[in-house]
Design a protein around this ligand. Structure first.
Ligand code: NAG
Ligand code: NAG
Ligand code: NAG
Length: 427
């Protein structure tokens, strides 16, 4: 405690460009940061002043710094347009990039840029990959505060333990991993035999061996990897552009309730009812459906539209096959759907009797690109017609000017030649 605080003091005193930004605990860092990057744990935002996403992240970043007070994690930011050497050192290619640095390793944050996601990410990677629980109260506490975590029960030795800790290390940025003895765990889960691994999601838990039947036929390593990869999402998360790529790696069908949030992140009541209805399907049939279906909801229809490549009416139900990227839409009017109808629809998808659209073939990808370009253009037009007209009108104007001059030049050149020829003939 003594040494770090001294170095910290020196750091603040020595680097004149490092200061606490107004009313926030975010450290503004310079290229001298490179000299001290291995000193303690850092959560850094690499930004550029012109980047709009960085501006949006700024207030969130201040809250992150506030939330991580009292921990050993220091929160800072680097202006990469001024200190390009820092950006180069960490191979920063886009803005904003969020990275956690400790010792010689760094982790890049790839989730949704909300305060909770970022804080949880930092807390996860700041500790060891698997944290050992020794007190009964600690497990109560973890259950109360984490909607999702993995728990290994048994002695810290043997092949299951080795595989668990190896996979935990790989998924450390994405999930919380704990271990404990049978005595503590049996208050929270029914333990048929130890060692074993559980995932706790809100009020339910699933056991590794229940989910994975052909344990013997496959190698434990990849089985554990796939299981943790598939189970590391909550029962009904909000799906955004930030996390959909992670969720699609589960290898399950992604079942999305598509609704529209307003600017204050509120969902209108009729859409809330629809979302609740979809959520009730997974909550009531968790044990049966969770192996093949990952549920979730989308608050911005653009994301769902770009998957479906059409403008969906709202609310809507969209199911994506995460391996082939095909999607399924219910044949009935979505707002009339009942939980029973949704279950039948999912059964049909699972036995592959429901019609599938889209996919991942080149023509579909091209069409999706075209659809997204067209949508963003029409959004731009609605948002600011004058700017859009100027942006697209100017290049078009130039282009026609160039075309015009090329054509005219040709004609004039030709006329010149003819004249020359005529002169020659005269002479
Ligand atoms: C598990 O797989 C990783 C690579 O995916 C490999 O490095 C490791 O040695 C494997 N462990 C076991 C116990 O097979
Ligand atoms: C996706 O589609 C393929 C091919 O039709 C199928 O084999 C697979 O089971 C489907 N489901 C998921 C979740 O990938
Ligand atoms: C698929 O599941 C649906 C709903 O359970 C059922 O009506 C249909 O007969 C099944 N189709 C096949 C080919 O199994």
């Amino acid at each position: 405690m003594y040494i770090p605080s001294i170095t910290f003091f020196l750091f603040v005193a020595l680097f004149h460009s490092a200061h606490l930004s107004t009313a926030s605990r975010v450290l503004e860092l310079s290229d001298r940061f490179l000299d001290i990057k291995k000193d303690g744990q850092w959560l850094i935002m690499f930004y550029a002043p012109w980047c709009a996403h960085c501006k949006r992240l700024e207030p969130i970043w201040a809250h992150v710094a506030q939330a991580l007070r009292g921990t050993s994690i220091r929160v800072g930011r680097v202006d990469c347009t001024r200190f390009t050497s820092v950006a180069t050192e960490f191979s920063v290619s886009g803005f904003p990039t969020i990275m956690f640095l400790k010792d010689d390793v760094h982790f890049t944050f790839r989730g949704d840029r909300t305060k909770d996601e970022i804080v949880n990410f930092a807390l996860r990677v700041s500790g060891p990959p698997v944290q050992h629980i020794t007190k009964l109260e600690s497990l109560d506490n973890i259950k109360a505060n984490n909607p999702l975590f993995f728990l290994y029960v048994g002695d810290s030795s043997g092949s299951l333990w080795e595989v668990y800790s190896e996979v935990a290390e790989k998924f450390q940025p994405h999930g919380f991993f704990y271990s404990t003895g049978e005595k503590i765990a049996k208050n929270h889960a029914e333990i048929k035999k130890a060692p074993t691994v559980f995932v706790f999601k809100e009020t339910v838990f699933y056991e590794f061996e229940d989910d994975v039947r052909d344990l013997e036929s496959q190698d434990l390593n990849s089985t554990m990897f796939n299981w943790i990869n598939a189970e590391r999402f909550e029962t009904f998360p909000k799906v955004t552009r930030g996390n959909i790529h992670q969720i699609l790696q589960t290898g399950k069908y992604l079942v999305l309730a598509v609704v529209e949030e307003n600017k204050l992140l509120e969902v209108p009541p009729d859409m809330i009812d629809f979302r609740d209805m979809v959520e009730s399907v997974i909550r009531k049939n968790k044990k049966r459906l969770h192996k093949n279906f990952q549920f979730g909801w989308v608050g911005s229809p653009e994301l769902a539209n770009s998957i479906a490549m059409s403008v969906l009416t709202l609310p809507h139900l969209l199911v994506v096959n995460s391996t082939t990227n095909h999607h399924h839409l219910p044949q009935d009017e979505p707002s009339q759907l009942t939980p029973e109808a949704v279950e039948v629809f999912l059964d049909q998808i699972h036995n592959q009797s429901a019609p599938a659209y889209g996919g991942n073939t080149l023509p579909v990808r091209l069409y999706r690109t075209y659809f997204e370009a067209r949508t963003s253009l029409s959004e731009m037009w609605q948002g600011n017609p004058v700017l859009t007209a100027v942006l697209f009108g100017l290049p078009l104007g130039f282009l026609s000017l160039i075309c015009y001059s090329i054509c005219c030049a040709d004609i004039m050149d030709a006329e010149d030649e003819e004249e020359d020829v005529a002169h020659e003939k005269k002479e």
